[in-house]
Design a protein around this ligand. Structure first.
Ligand code: GLP
Length: 263
């Protein structure tokens, strides 16, 4: 596990965007796992900029979003499909058939979720998985006590998550109570994972995920079992980390080695 403590969220977004663009330049048919929420928005803005200003081509990229609400139409302003269209897909040259969301509508959802896992496998697996984290430690919509081996399925949202996201709904009765989400096991299958967390509201979840024991009570802690994961943080979200000085030092040393090797 790597932990990068940035001076602010913008520096974090730059690091994440650079890694995606570098991977894309080596593999045009990159398979990206994407997140919603406020955290990844600047990365999406930077990817749009790379497309519009530098001609970066997304036509062979495949995307798999982490989660989607179950009781909202695809075109509802709060659906994650609307979010992704507005914040990324509508502004780059990705093909509609290369965009995937976990099944969230209609009958036989459990079977459809299993087929979704198969679609990820057929695409060759997720190359880079972007993650945010909920203040209760959820990744995707894998709420506390989700099985660490879970696959794509429907989850009931916790009161904490509902409270955190209630600001998006004028009418509280419209807020969905259930969502479909890639499982923790599905997320851990990604080759590379980049988790961004910014602001003091995430500090407790970051501390538990990075330094706590692995526990389904803090789903982010499952990432400790992944061989290639980086937590990209700012000073506020990293503030509770006991090993913050070590993380700062290992970043400086890593940069120094990189410089020596390219000199
Ligand atoms: C939602 C999403 C998560 C996201 C989290 C944090 O509940 N399902 O994928 O990581 O919120 O959101 P934000 O980035 O807005 O803090």
């Amino acid at each position: 596990m790597q932990v990068v403590v940035c001076k602010n969220a913008s520096e974090g977004a730059e690091i994440v965007t650079e890694e995606i663009l570098s991977a894309l330049s080596k593999k045009p048919e990159l398979v990206l796992g994407l997140a919603t929420g406020s955290t990844p928005i600047e990365v999406y803005e930077r990817l749009i900029c790379a497309h519009k200003e530098d001609g970066v081509d997304f036509s062979s990229v495949q995307t798999f979003n982490l989660d989607e609400y179950c009781e909202l139409n695809a075109d509802h302003p709060q659906s994650y499909r609307t979010f992704m269209r507005e914040h990324l897909f509508g502004e780059i040259n990705i093909s509609e058939e290369n965009i995937h969301f976990p099944p969230s509508e209609g009958p036989e959802l459990a079977e459809k979720c299993l087929r979704h896992e198969e679609e990820i496998r057929q695409a060759g697996g997720i190359d880079i998985q972007l993650l945010g984290i909920g203040s209760n430690g959820h990744i995707g919509f894998n709420e506390p006590t989700s099985s660490l081996a879970s696959r794509t399925r429907i989850k009931t949202l916790t009161e904490k998550t509902l409270r955190d996201n209630s600001r998006f709904y004028e009418d509280p009765s419209e807020q969905p109570q259930v969502a479909s989400t890639l499982g923790i096991g599905t997320i851990l299958d990604a080759r590379r994972i980049l988790l961004q967390a910014y602001g003091d509201k995430k500090a407790e979840a970051v501390k538990a995920s990075v330094e706590g024991p692995i526990s389904s009570f803090w789903p982010g802690s499952a990432l400790q079992m992944h061989a290639d994961v980086t937590f990209v943080l700012d000073e506020s979200s990293a503030a509770h980390l006991e090993m913050i000085d070590y993380f700062r030092k290992s970043r400086t040393e890593g940069l120094r080695l990189q410089k020596d090797n390219t000199a």
